[in-house]
Design a protein around this ligand. Structure first.
Ligand code: PMP
Length: 412
């Protein structure tokens, strides 16, 4: 049964049972209206209230400044790989126009200067980089660092900032804060990307799909962050983008499609336009209000549990991760932690079970853990091994059960 299982899956991830029970009821009859939350119009007053409250609670929890817009999008994290390219390249063109460039000058600037920079530190930033190459052409995409080059072709380290080859004035610098597959997390915001005292600095975009809500985010350092809901926020189906208002009208309207066409730059689908979604309060087209409702319930529970908001959750996440890594480090003869200690993810804990035959050892590890109700521990199919996804919904007792198993399996 559900109460006997601790589910460490990487996403979709475990959800708090009380929230699912409440959501199940809301699906049948939302607040005595006789209609379920997935049946009510996305343009109804109650839908508007759910959207507004969820945005406000997210702002409160993460301390998002007023000069950022929160939008709910569709298309998942992968959709945002494309959205970031379309929106940030568009903003680059608009800025050049605002600085006085006419079409002729723009054509020259595109050919000579247009770059988007990527820090590739794992499978998801690699996918985002590949999407940028596909949409823009690789001549406009700068691989500022590739972590595999310092680790025998594998992910697991983050190259020192001094080795990053950043472009002079890129349309954005993109990175993934927590690499879900490879278990690599940036320990903090990169120093070389920090804004100057007057707020000027590189345009930084981050994918926070798998560590959002688990630690403090210096939001003001970013032009945009995005995250799919299906790990720490709620159920699969919506993606949140937190976008600095200077990227939106009136400061920065997107260029006309005809101009982009003239310049040979890609024109994004309207549903991936930050401007369009923001202007319509996330209701340009039919949004799953159920998904927003569930995310809202998760945020309300976090706010009720932790008076000091994300700091409180961060302390618990750090504690759980320290317990699990501690148990692994105690048995280096049995467990080999994959990423370098300095960049270990607190959310996705990746390790190998060693032995004469690693595959057989890992199979017996998975079989034995499953018998105890510890599930979802198989690593991503592209890298193998074991992965413990230590998201917010894993209670401390769940992490302790796993630690007990790690000790016992290690001794056997
Ligand atoms: N970024 C990260 C860090 C992810 O972990 C994932 C999915 N696990 C994605 C992006 C892609 O998200 P989606 O499957 O919603 O497209």
């Amino acid at each position: 049964t559900r109460s006997e299982i601790t589910y460490f899956g990487a996403g979709p991830a475990a959800m708090p049972t009380d929230i699912l029970e409440k959501a199940a009821q809301a699906l049948v009859d939302y607040e005595g209206t006789g209609l379920g939350i997935a049946e009510h119009s996305h343009r109804s007053a109650l839908a508007a209230k759910i959207i507004e409250e969820t945005k406000a609670d997210l702002s409160t929890y993460l301390d998002i400044p007023d000069d950022y817009e929160i939008i709910f999008m569709q298309g998942g994290g992968s959709g945002e790989f494309s959205a970031t390219v379309y929106n940030l390249v568009g903003a680059w063109v608009t800025r050049k126009q605002q600085a006085g460039a006419d079409e002729e000058a723009l054509r020259k600037l595109v050919a000579e200067e247009l770059k988007v920079d990527y820090l590739v530190t794992g499978s998801w930033s690699l996918k985002a980089y590949q999407e940028a190459c596909r949409l823009l052409g690789s001549e406009h995409v700068n691989l500022a660092t590739d972590a595999r080059t310092i680790n025998e072709g594998k992910f697991g380290k983050i190259p020192g900032e001094s080795t990053w080859k950043l472009s002079k004035n890129p349309a954005m610098v993109y990175y993934c804060d927590n690499e879900t597959v490879d278990g690599v997390e940036f320990p903090k915001f990169p120093d070389v990307l920090a804004p100057a005292a007057d707020g000027s600095g590189p345009i930084v975009i981050a994918d926070m799909s798998s560590n959002i809500l688990s630690r403090k985010v210096p939001v003001k350092n970013y032009s945009a962050i995005f995250f799919g809901a299906q790990k720490n926020l709620g159920v699969t189906g919506i993606t949140v983008a937190v976008v600095k208002k200077t990227l939106l009208p009136p400061s920065c309207p997107q260029p006309a499609p005809a101009l982009l066409r003239q310049l040979g730059l890609p024109i994004g689908p309207i549903v991936l336009s930050y401007e369009t979604i923001a202007k319509n309060n996330s209701l340009y087209n039919t949004l799953s209000i159920f998904d927003v409702y569930v995310a809202g319930q998760v945020l309300k529970k976090l706010l009720a549990t932790y008076p000091d908001r994300v700091d409180g959750q961060q302390a618990v996440a750090d504690k759980k991760a320290a317990l699990i890594y501690g148990a692994l480090e105690k048995r280096p003869d049995v467990y080999r932690i994959v990423p370098d200690k300095t960049v270990r993810s607190r959310m996705n804990i990746c390790f190998r079970v060693t032995g004469d035959d690693t595959d057989a050892s890992e199979k017996s590890f998975l079989d034995a853990s499953k018998k105890l109700g510890l599930e979802g521990l198989k690593g991503h199919r592209s890298v193998g091994g074991i992965r413990v996804s230590n998201y917010n919904s894993i209670p401390l007792e769940g992490a302790e059960r796993l630690v007990k198993f790690l000790d016992e399996f290690g001794k056997a």
